[in-house]
Write a protein that binds this ligand. Structure first.
Ligand code: ATP
Length: 366
């Protein structure tokens, strides 16, 4: 059912501080594409949520629904305790008092840095405007560049201006869509550290969309993993990485192998021998155990547990080895750069899993 725009009112607690952002049962389709499918989320004030997932999974559409650039087919969006979309309510984006930062910065090219930051402060007294611009440019160390125009800035500097411009009017929340995508890896890492510091310092409720799992795990107090329009899992970075809800989440957030196993009393039998650990599956169930590369040791060949080195990826400090077990199962092992195996070499292998291990149904969905 489409929600009808009927009222235009600002969120009542909007003038000060960060707000809670929530949505319930959100749906949005474009023709036959279910871009957002039954999504419910709550983000408490001052926290950072990273929405992550593969290209086309609906991240941007979800952010646009929350910001008010899209009208949901069904469901509600709540900002600062007020329903702003759905249930007959509609508050347009410019009234929601949400700061937006986009991938392409979207700075006004004909305005100076200071004028860009000042732009959203039109209702303010001139002296307050200038003080706010000065304060924010100081935070991002851009005061000396206040009179430059965007084309005279580096990508990182432009993104800093875009960030403080969106923070200038004291929004109740900040939404960022792939804010570091146009920057090289080193600058992107530098800037994400800086942005995290700034949003934490301002205690700003922030939603950050990215397809990059490292960024999501770094930036978010909470991480929401999306797949094909729906939420696969929401949790702290540690929860989603170490206790993934599905093989998809496990593989999307980092390198993972899946070792076939049979549940026994107090452990598992596998082709690498018996492994200890409890499982919520009944004894006798066929399951897959998630194995991260830091849980795989390589050692001299013995009777149980051998593999063939299939691939060796040099990553600077370490090598990531891809290993084929006799059954064809592939696991990965992270080894210091001084631990060198040739591709094709046979070696011993053992795994050390957390307790309880992460366990998925053998024939379950990925
Ligand atoms: P990316 O990481 O590539 O930006 P995304 O996860 O942000 O992707 P969305 O941009 O939300 O994904 O798109 C979700 C799906 O909805 C895609 O299949 C996309 O083609 C489709 N879609 C998004 N906006 C529109 C639109 N205005 N009209 C038609 N289809 C759209």
């Amino acid at each position: 059912m489409a929600s009808t725009p009927v009222s235009t009112t600002a969120p009542d607690s909007a003038a000060t501080g960060s707000a809670r952002v929530a949505c319930r049962g959100l749906y949005k389709s474009f023709g036959t594409v279910k871009a957002v499918h039954d999504i419910s989320l709550t983000l408490e004030p001052g926290l950072v949520l990273s929405i992550v997932g593969p290209s086309g999974c609906g991240k941007t559409t979800l952010l646009r629904l929350l910001a008010g650039f899209e009208i949901p087919d069904q469901g509600e969006v709540e900002l600062a305790g007020q329903v702003v979309s759905g249930s007959g309510a509609w508050v347009p984006p410019e009234i929601r008092q949400v700061g937006m930062v986009f991938q392409d910065y979207a700075l006004f090219p004909h305005m100076t840095v200071a004028q860009n930051v000042e732009f959203g402060l039109m209702g303010w007294a001139k002296s307050d405007r200038l003080a706010r611009v000065r304060e924010l440019l100081e935070v991002v160390h851009l005061e000396p560049l206040a009179q430059r125009r965007p084309h005279e800035l580096s990508g990182g500097e432009q993104q800093r201006v875009a960030l403080v411009r969106s923070l200038a009017p004291r929004p109740v929340a900040l939404f960022m869509d792939e804010p570091f995508s146009n920057l090289d890896t080193k600058l992107s890492e530098e800037l994400r550290r800086e942005v995290k510091g700034i949003v934490n310092r301002f205690g700003m409720t922030t939603i950050h969309v990215t397809h990059d799992q490292e960024q999501a795990l770094y930036m978010g107090d909470q991480v929401a993993v999306m797949r094909a329009g729906h939420l696969e899992q929401v949790g702290t970075p540690q929860e989603v990485f170490h206790r993934p809800a599905s093989p998809f989440v496990a593989s999307f957030l980092g390198v993972a192998g899946f070792l076939p196993a049979i549940v026994r009393g107090g452990g598992f039998s596998t082709e690498l021998g018996p492994l200890p650990g409890e499982s919520s599956f009944p004894v006798g169930s066929h399951v897959r155990l998630m194995v991260r590369p830091d849980q795989v040791s390589l050692r001299p060949l013995t009777e149980i547990g051998e593999c063939v080195v299939e691939e060796r990826a040099f990553r600077g400090i370490d090598y990531l080895y891809t290993l084929a077990l006799p059954s064809g199962t592939r696991l990965h092992s992270l080894q210091h750069h001084e631990v060198y195996y040739e591709v094709g070499e046979r070696t011993g292998i053992s795994v050390h899993l957390p307790s309880p291990p992460v366990c998925f149904e053998e024939d379950g969905a990925d």
